[in-house]
Design a protein around this ligand. Structure first.
Ligand code: ADP
Ligand code: MG
Length: 643
């Protein structure tokens, strides 16, 4: 093989000298295990050794004279000549690193370059010999990726030696603790001790680590004005390739936000369980109240035999005793009941309640009403709303042991109310209940709505008042705002969505209900209630049949020899549900009027009934009068549609 330089030499007739003695580099050229080449100042190949030829998988003939750029990664093509400035200065050597395209893929090469100069000292060519550094480059890139991930980590990271002295802390650690690695070393701070409540805990931690284990824990640390910070801490061992422990790695993560959310969630659960509880109790009480009210009305109508009066009073007493028993079972209830939302007049409700409260509260407490005239109707459950006004007024009274003024104000809130979940397309009414009492401290303010939170003495407070208020307001899709100053008083602002319709004219409720001659089937498993209805409707001229369970009702309905104008159907029946009975009625007697009665209709049940065309429902408790009028209305409406 001719000397690689000979071609050029003979072409140009210029003699070239290398910076290093010519012999030595020529000598290593052929036998070198590293690739080597020469290029002219335009970057074209003048010569290449066998290793270079092999590496780049091209015959020497095609390599000679062709631009090196063709062999380089496109991003690096321009940088080949970047070393020329360095090469023109003594000692005329330079190093460079580029990506090259080889048959085995893109590889990194590090080149050692030497200038070849003519006799006048001008550079005329460059000789380079290289090393494949791909592995090293990848390892470096990997290292940079990992270290920048650690530098940017939202978790505070500390690496210590085997005695626990820090060797590295990431920027997050410094941001959270305010300490750099130098601070820790200068002040000889045992960084792994931070957060351990006592020496025993720290000792146990070291035992775990020395045994090669991993330690996890959660610490609450007070951090200046920021309050308590919760940290989740994990410390583990770092090992070398031989499996020996070389360092400890400590990760500290701020979990304050998560802790707070967990706390809020528990809070919400408590509120929810309370609502469920109240729902269940309300349902059973409704039934008992229906019995008590019914028999009481019965007695009041006059003309009843002493024996009938006796029986009625006994029923009332039994129902009242059962109500007492219910209270004992309070904790075992867990059913939900539908709340009755209807358009209602908030001003009227406030006025009625205040009349009652003014009589029962101490004379030193006076009321001040600021009601916006012609307040639009609210969509609310009247009983529940009554309850929240009552609870707020009772609290106001308790906060003013020496007397003061309770102000009740109503208004339409202009714009979006300052509450969570405010619906942008709805208008809200605001009910404010203010007092001139003791006010409350921020600590009390923070726990106000917690069930069972009270600052009152045993037997004076249950701590449930505001929890109930909270539950009711939530179920009405409203919100609460509290302002309070110690020594001046408190204002509770309740925001509730307005209804889109007006309040229906109050139905006269104390007149006797109209009579009728139609035949009714009363289906109810509550014996006293069934008897009461039978007696009341019988007196009004109706023909009555009764059934006390689902099967009995189905028997009667499917008996073709009988006829019913209207069926009064209770939902919860033994052995066949109200819905099943309803389906039989739709099949056998499709034209029959049905009124479904319950104290407990969930939206799902209502939907089931509506699917088979049932639209008429009546909620317990009802008065006999309400029931009588409702039945009359239904029967009259049906008669009007008949030919
Ligand atoms: P209870 O009245 O049974 O204590 P609540 O849930 O109604 O339970 O109220 C909880 C606590 O909130 C009360 O014990 C009291 O410390 C505080 N609080 C409620 N309303 C007021 C108010 N208007 N003024 C001052 N403190 C109040
Ligand atoms: Mg209270």
């Amino acid at each position: 093989m001719p000397s690689p330089m000979s071609a050029r030499e003979s072409d140009s007739g210029t003699s070239i000298v290398a910076s290093t003695p010519t012999k030595s580099w020529l000598g290593t050229w052929e036998t070198s295990t590293d690739p080597a080449y020469c290029r002219d100042l335009e970057g074209c190949v003048l010569a290449a050794n066998p290793v270079f030829v092999r590496k780049f998988g091209r015959p020497l003939e095609t390599l000679l004279g062709s631009p090196l750029a063709a062999l380089l990664h496109s991003d690096d093509a321009a940088s080949v000549s970047a070393t020329h400035a360095a090469l023109s200065r003594p000692p005329h050597r330079a190093t460079s690193e580029h990506r090259w395209l080889t048959p085995g893929g893109t590889r990194w090469f590090a080149w050692d370059e030497i200038a070849l100069r003519d006799t006048t000292g001008q550079i005329v060519a460059v000789r380079a010999s290289g090393r494949d550094i791909t592995r090293q480059r990848l390892a470096e890139e990997q290292f940079h990726r990992l270290s920048s991930a650690i530098e940017q980590s939202p978790v505070a990271i500390v690496i210590t030696d085997l005695d626990g002295w820090p060797q590295y802390v990431n920027p997050k650690f410094t941001a959270v603790s305010g300490r750099t690695l130098e601070d820790l070393l200068d002040q000889k701070i045992e960084v792994l001790r931070d957060g351990h409540p006592d020496a025993a805990s720290y000792e146990k931690f070291w035992q775990t680590l020395r045994a090669g284990g991993e330690w996890r824990g959660e610490f609450a640390t007070r951090r200046g004005e920021g309050g308590t910070v919760w940290e989740s801490v994990k410390v583990s061992c770092l090992r070398n390739p031989h499996g020996e422990i070389t360092n400890f790695l400590c990760l500290r993560e701020d979990v304050t936000e998560r802790k707070k959310l967990e706390h809020d969630l528990r809070q919400a659960h408590k509120m929810e369980s309370l609502g469920t509880l109240a729902g269940g109790i309300a349902h059973d009480f409704n039934n008992l109240l229906a019995i008590i009210n019914g028999y009481a009305e019965f007695c009041l109508q006059g003309g009843a035999e002493p024996a009938v009066l006796q029986k009625s009073l006994r029923e009332i007493r039994t129902a009242a005793q059962r109500a007492g028993g219910l209270v004992k079972q309070i904790l075992t209830f867990s059913r939900k009941t539908e709340v009755r939302f209807a358009p209602m007049d908030l001003n009227q409700l406030v006025q009625d309640l205040v009349k009652l409260l003014a009589e029962t509260f101490p004379r030193t407490v006076t009321f001040n009403l600021e009601l916006q005239p012609r307040l639009p109707a609210l969509l609310a459950d009247q009983n529940q709303l009554q309850q929240i006004i009552l609870n707020l007024c009772v609290n106001a009274r308790d906060a003013m042991p020496t007397g003061g003024v309770i102000t009740l104000a109503t208004s339409v809130h202009a714009g979006a109310p300052p509450i969570r979940n405010a619906a942008p397309d709805r208008s809200y009414a605001c009910l404010r209940v203010g007092d001139t009492g003791t006010g409350m401290s921020p600590e009390v303010r923070a726990r106000l709505f917690e069930p069972f939170f009270t600052t009152k003495q045993v037997n004076q407070g249950t701590g449930l008042g505001l929890a109930v208020v909270h539950g009711v307001v939530e179920s009405h899709q409203g919100g609460i705002e509290v302002e309070s100053t110690v020594g001046t008083g408190s204002v509770f602002s309740i925001y509730l969505p307005l209804a889109n319709t007006a309040v229906p004219a109050a139905i006269a409720s104390n007149s006797d209900f109209p009579s009728g001659g139609e035949s009714l089937l009363i289906v109810d498993d509550e014996d006293s209630l069934r008897e009461l209805l039978t007696e009341a409707f019988h007196r009004k001229g109706y023909k009555i049949s009764t059934a006390s369970n689902g099967h009995e009702a189905i028997d009667l309905i499917s008996d073709e020899s009988r006829h019913y104008d209207l069926v009064l159907l209770d939902l919860n029946l033994p052995n066949a549900s109200g819905l099943q009975v309803m389906k039989v009625i739709r099949l056998c007697r499709p034209g029959t009027c049905v009124l479904v009665v319950s104290g407990h209709i969930t939206p799902e049940i209502r939907a089931d009934f509506q699917q088979i065309g049932q639209r008429d429902f009546m909620m317990k408790p009802y008065t006999l009068d309400e029931m009588g009028r409702r039945i009359r209305t239904l029967l009259d409406a049906r008669a009007a549609t008949r030919p």
